[in-house]
Design a protein around this ligand. Sequence first.
Ligand code: PMP
Length: 297
Amino acid sequence: MYYHKDTIFFIDGHWAKASETNIDVFNQTFHYGIGAFEGIRAYHSTVGMSLFKATEHYKRLINSAKTLHLKIPYSASELVEITHQLLKKNNLRNAYVRPLVFMGPNMELTLKGKPRLLIAAWEWGALLGKGQLNMLISSYPRPDRKSLPATAKLTGNYTHAILASYEVRKKGGDEALMLDVEGNIAQAPGANFFLEKDGVLYTPPEGHILPGITRATMFEYAREFGFEIREETIPVEMIHEADSAFLTGTASEIVGIQSIEGIKMRKPWQASMGAELASVYQHRIRRGEEHGHHSIV
Ligand code: PMP
């Protein structure tokens, strides 16, 4: 599904096919979830292939690895260049790129040896015709940052995300809304949360959330278009006062929310501030106006 026998990966400084990646079944990431990763989108735009904010993603990867005391022997700009080559080698234009920092074989609970680096990519077209989401609040809160670096993009941090999605989908919801350990709204399993009320956008402050690159892009657009965004704690009760709400993330892009716990948003999505931001976002990714143009066509 994600690759075939001739797919090329970048692994530990080399280009290799899947059969040549030499991934040990006793690797520590596989067993204990110690690793860091990213998700980056490549869009086929009017100026050629455009990687959406790849430098920001690789800086986050380097920082996530640092929280595990792991050093990646490349700079963010070197990793961006390697990614362009990877897409070219695999003849990919609309793609999802998955860099993963993982460990070698070690069945002890110790940090030993150098981390390994894999960069893989697969074809991923536009998610057309996305509907608005009916969200349910999950009983799994975001992990407590006193226990682990919960605001870094670490492989082990996704166990609870999978459980939250499973729980909510079983109850008939489209997506989970997760609270922080203090009981305020935090985010979705793989996307950040925004709420519109009386012409102002609210989003939870950094601390319990993964600070998303799409979230940061919303701040840039808001400055440009004169929208006010407040980073403020969002108590659950605020859902009752929401005119609209939406999620942001590399995979989901900007997706509107129809209801939370059965409470419908007051405005139709098309009339919301989120829909305006989403239309700018769509326009810019298709025109390659975000960072990282690189023509491979
Ligand atoms: N939160 C989590 C837990 C995520 O995995 C992601 C996806 N990377 C996001 C938020 C959204 O971040 P971004 O906009 O950088 O994709």
